[in-house]
Design a protein around this ligand. Structure first.
Ligand SMILES: [Zn+2]
Length: 146
């Protein structure tokens, strides 16, 4: 964490975008994220760019989860329990417990950040663009404005 303009609303939206892409592509979650209030991006290890149809499917899937008004809750696990179920490479070592952040039954991942308590607090998301360079797929998104 520690990004400028760190925003729990945008950060929770990032969980949904991140988890949706990881699930759709089978590529694992982003190895790097940049969260800003206006615009954010996630970098995945993936060998090609996404098609417009795939980007649209990501956007529709994320927005359907937002519209479903899913509750966001924390679960504390021992590092061993957490390590058996989740990738812990982005968390600090030596922690006595690991916090798993659940978004309904849709998404779960270890995170120490701040989140909204319900996806109803998140505006609809717009996937702006993506590109792929040297095996890094970058996906940019923002909140849709009417
Ligand atoms: Zn988080």
């Amino acid at each position: 964490m520690g990004e400028k303009d760190y925003d729990p609303v945008m950060h929770t939206a990032e969980h949904l975008v991140n988890g949706t892409i990881a699930r759709m592509l089978g590529c694992g979650r982003a190895f790097s994220t940049h969260i800003e209030k206006k615009k954010s991006k996630c970098d995945f290890r993936f060998p090609r760019n996404l098609t417009p149809e795939e980007l649209e499917r990501v956007e529709q899937t994320v927005n359907s989860q937002i519209a479903a008004k899913l509750g966001v809750r924390d679960e504390l696990l021992s590092p061993d329990e957490a390590g058996a179920r989740y990738s812990l490479e982005r968390l600090p070592e030596g922690a006595e417990s690991v916090r798993i952040v659940h978004i309904g039954d849709y998404d779960a991942c270890p995170c120490i950040g701040s989140h909204v308590t319900n996806t109803a607090e998140i505006p609809p998301v717009s996937i702006i663009s993506s590109d792929c360079t040297d095996g890094v797929l970058r996906v940019r998104f923002k909140f849709r404005k009417n």
